[in-house]
Write a protein that binds this ligand. Structure first.
Ligand SMILES: O=C(O)CCC(=O)C(=O)O
Ligand SMILES: [Fe+2]
Length: 259
């Protein structure tokens, strides 16, 4: 049997952890260096250009594109597997064992009215809760590779809504809600949200520039990644090769798990 994994000391501010636990989100200003932001932004733009127009692509011309399976599509994204302090934060709250998924969303410039309605990322919590229901905790770090001003449209979150099992906002709803908080970003800023936090984006204006972000998902290792998943598949999944040569920690981050 393998040795138990050893985790290093956790040096995350208790007030920040408390904010994430209670409010369901935590801002990380200047998380990524300008050089990393520029490199990753170019990788997302290249991938978008390669997938636009493909039949399986989640793409609306002049509006937006959603890109999945990024870790399998370009090795430049692999630096995000060990992104701190977010990895430690995820291990503190979910883990210690987590695996990581990476997706991206891009809104094209110059179109008014692009907006994502209210949603949460794991809408699978029933009301009433079954006695042995296993709460699907996940943390999703949204890393902004372009600036977000009122032209591109704020990220709007509903603090505390990640624990509201009674709250069900109908699909397509864009309306203002009491207590909502608008968040704006510089390139390289990020926000970690609980996957059950309700959020939306405010509509773009015709002056909007590109609005590009990465969605770095942290999932407890015992939750498998086999379910669902659409979009354009990778021609040659790079993570299979990475797992063959990687150490135990890296393989764990790529989805390997033993009871
Ligand atoms: O564009 C954003 O700021 C958030 C996007 C979002 O919520 C999503 O893609 O699930
Ligand atoms: Fe979202």
């Amino acid at each position: 049997m393998d040795e138990d994994p050893v985790r290093t000391d956790l040096l995350i501010d208790a007030a920040e952890i408390d904010h994430l636990v209670r409010q369901g989100y935590l801002l990380h200003r200047r998380l990524m260096s300008p050089a990393s932001v520029a490199r990753l932004r170019e990788c997302v733009r290249d991938l978008a250009a390669a997938e636009e127009g493909r039949p399986e692509a989640e793409w609306i011309a002049h509006d937006s594109i959603y890109l999945r399976g990024l870790l399998d599509k370009n090795a430049e994204f692999h630096e995000l597997l060990r992104l701190e302090p977010v990895l430690r934060l995820a291990r503190t709250l979910l883990g210690p064992q987590v695996w990581i998924d990476l997706e991206a969303r891009m809104h094209y410039p110059g179109t008014a009215g692009i907006a994502v309605p209210w949603h949460n990322h794991i809408p699978v919590v029933p009301d009433p809760l079954p006695v042995f229901f296993c709460y699907p905790h996940q943390l999703h770090c949204l890393i902004y590779l372009d600036g977000v001003s009122s032209d591109e449209g704020a990220l709007v979150v509903l603090p505390g809504s990640h624990t509201r099992t009674d709250l069900l906002i109908p699909l397509g709803d864009h309306s203002d809600r009491a207590g909502q908080v608008e968040l704006f970003f510089e390139p390289g800023d990020a926000v970690t949200i609980h996957g059950s936090l309700w959020h939306r984006t405010a509509p773009s204006t015709a002056d909007a520039k590109h609005r590009t972000l990465l969605l770095l998902g942290y999932v407890p290792s015992w939750i498998r990644k086999d379910a669902g998943g659409q979009g354009v598949p990778a021609r040659e999944p790079l993570t299979a090769a990475l797992a063959r040569t990687g150490d135990a920690e890296l393989r764990e981050l790529l989805g390997e798990f033993h009871w």
